[in-house]
Design a protein around this ligand. Structure first.
Ligand code: UD1
Ligand code: CA
Length: 456
């Protein structure tokens, strides 16, 4: 059956006290609305419509690479009104629409699939995802009739004394038959405590027409919505635990899961050991048997097997098998580090490739360079890639030995098996197997100190 999803994300989220709309606040470094979109996709829903309104442009740009369509809700007149704004998206379609909110990122794909399956197998007009909770607080209450069928949802602010005691709550997540939803939306009104058009009222409208309405429950945790920064941190903690448990179940050792921050899209091979204080973000893929010592940030990078990393920052780069990085290395975007290489302390690499087995052990900057394999960089080498106006490229062959404190003034080429004497400032091509010395020759002035006579 055809399926699509609507994600409500037009509200501002006043209680966040933020200049940003609520749904683009991040949980485990991913925007809440993007968690929900990704969950829909993992539940095999391709067509996703996001309802935007407050700070619409910001929500749009945060979601731009996710191939969703948008509906615009100019004024936030309630969740029912938000869905009314998607009429153009829904009209002419038949099948199932899943409706979710952009501020509840803990919902899991398996639960969405279960909800859809239950909805479609029973041919319900609407199916509500509910949950049971001891303190139902401000959630909408599920009201059932004497044969235990769902009759309606009553919002917290509209509950009478009896209703408020009910502990089965509306998660705000549903499936609807598209045609039944469209016909009942026209009949919503705003005669309620908040003067809003409630999506929840669609349930009683459908029931009055003798349509079948169902409910299926899930854990309260999955339904948690974020309305404040405190709730944001609670949801973050749950998500972090869920992600870390997933990796540990896959054979990754995480020494202190409370202090390890792994994004939802990171992959890690088994027997990798992760020490506390690491932040692994974006589409990062870490291989097997790596040692990730404390306090690194790795974003959108590929780390192959057996790599050791300590106290370093690695962004949008690739690190080859059995390489060692850090402590205190900074690997900037578009770098490609080979296998069994060594990138040591206080080394910065920017937009450069470094061949297999090359050693860049200490205090070195390499930018816009192509470096071969088996090279050795002495301490304090600088690739001088910028003349104040333009950036230039340096090319270094295989097995070159770059002496300490060398400047490589780009553009320049250093050929295979050559040597550069320590302290050289290289401006011309170094031929294969040559030794280049580019520094003033040493002059010793014998007896200078005594002649000067000032020191003693
Ligand atoms: C809603 C449900 C409530 C449920 C709860 C679960 C209604 C009337 N109530 O209440 O039964 O227990 O969610 O979390 O639906 N939004 C818009 N446009 C609007 C209003 C809201 O896009 O005009 C969006 C918000 O951005 C938010 C979502 O809809 O992402 C939910 O709105 P919110 O005001 O938080 O609803 P609740 O009061 O929590
Ligand atoms: Ca809410």
């Amino acid at each position: 059956m055809y399926k699509c999803a609507i994600i409500l994300a037009a509200g501002k989220g006043k209680r966040m006290k933020s200049d940003l709309p609520k749904v683009i606040h991040k949980v485990c470094n991913k925007e809440m609305v993007n968690h929900v979109i990704d969950t829909m996709r993992k539940a095999n829903i391709e067509d996703v419509n996001v309802v935007i309104g407050k700070s619409a442009e910001k929500v749009k740009s945060a979601t731009q690479n996710r191939h969703v369509v948008y509906s615009f809700q100019k004024e936030q007149l309630g969740t029912g009104h938000a869905v009314m704004c998607t009429k153009e998206f829904l009209e002419g379609k038949s099948g199932t629409v899943a409706i979710f909110t952009g501020d509840a990122p803990l919902i899991r794909p398996e639960t969405v699939k279960k909800l859809i399956k239950y909805h479609e197998e029973n041919e319900f007009s609407a199916t509500i995802l509910t949950s049971k909770v001891d303190e139902p607080a401000e959630y909408g209450r599920i009201i059932r009739n004497n044969i235990n069928e769902v009759e309606k949802i009553v919002e917290f602010k509209d509950c009478n004394e009896e209703e408020v005691k009910i502990n089965e709550i509306n998660s705000g997540m549903y499936c609807f038959d598209i045609e039944d939803l469209l016909s009942s939306l026209n009949r919503l009104n705003n005669n309620n405590a908040q003067g809003e058009y409630y999506l929840t009222d669609v349930i009683s409208i459908l029931k009055k027409e003798s349509k079948k309405v169902g409910a299926i429950d899930t854990t309260f945790e999955e339904t948690l919505g974020v309305n404040s920064r405190v709730q944001l941190s609670e949801v973050e903690k749950i998500m972090r635990k869920r992600i870390n448990n997933y990796h540990m179940e896959n054979g990754v050792t995480i020494i202190d899961p409370n202090n390890t921050y792994i994004g939802p899209d990171v992959e890690i091979g088994n027997d990798t050991i992760i020490y506390p204080g690491n932040v692994l973000e974006g589409n990062t893929n870490i291989g097997k048997s790596c040692m990730i010592y404390p306090n690194s940030r790795i974003n959108d990078s590929i780390i192959e097997n057996n790599v050791t990393i300590q106290n370093s920052v690695i962004l949008e780069s690739k690190i080859g098998e059995s390489t060692t990085v850090g402590p205190f290395a900074y690997i900037r975007p578009q770098s490609n580090i080979g296998k069994s290489t060594r990138i040591g302390d206080f080394v910065e690499i920017k937009k450069s490739s470094i061949g297999d087995g090359t050693k860049v052990s200490h205090l070195t900057y390499i930018g816009d360079a192509e470096v071969g394999s088996g090279c050795n960089f002495g301490c304090g080498t600088v690739v001088v890639n910028y003349d104040g106006k333009n950036k230039y490229k340096t090319v270094i062959g295989n097995n070159a030995f770059i002496g300490c404190n060398t400047n490589l003034v780009s553009p320049v080429v250093v050929n295979d098996n050559s040597y550069i004497a320590a302290g050289s400032t290289i401006t011309d091509e170094v031929p294969e197997k040559a030794l280049a010395i580019a520094r003033a020759k040493q002059v010793n002035k014998e007896g200078w100190v005594d002649k000067k006579g000032v020191w003693k």
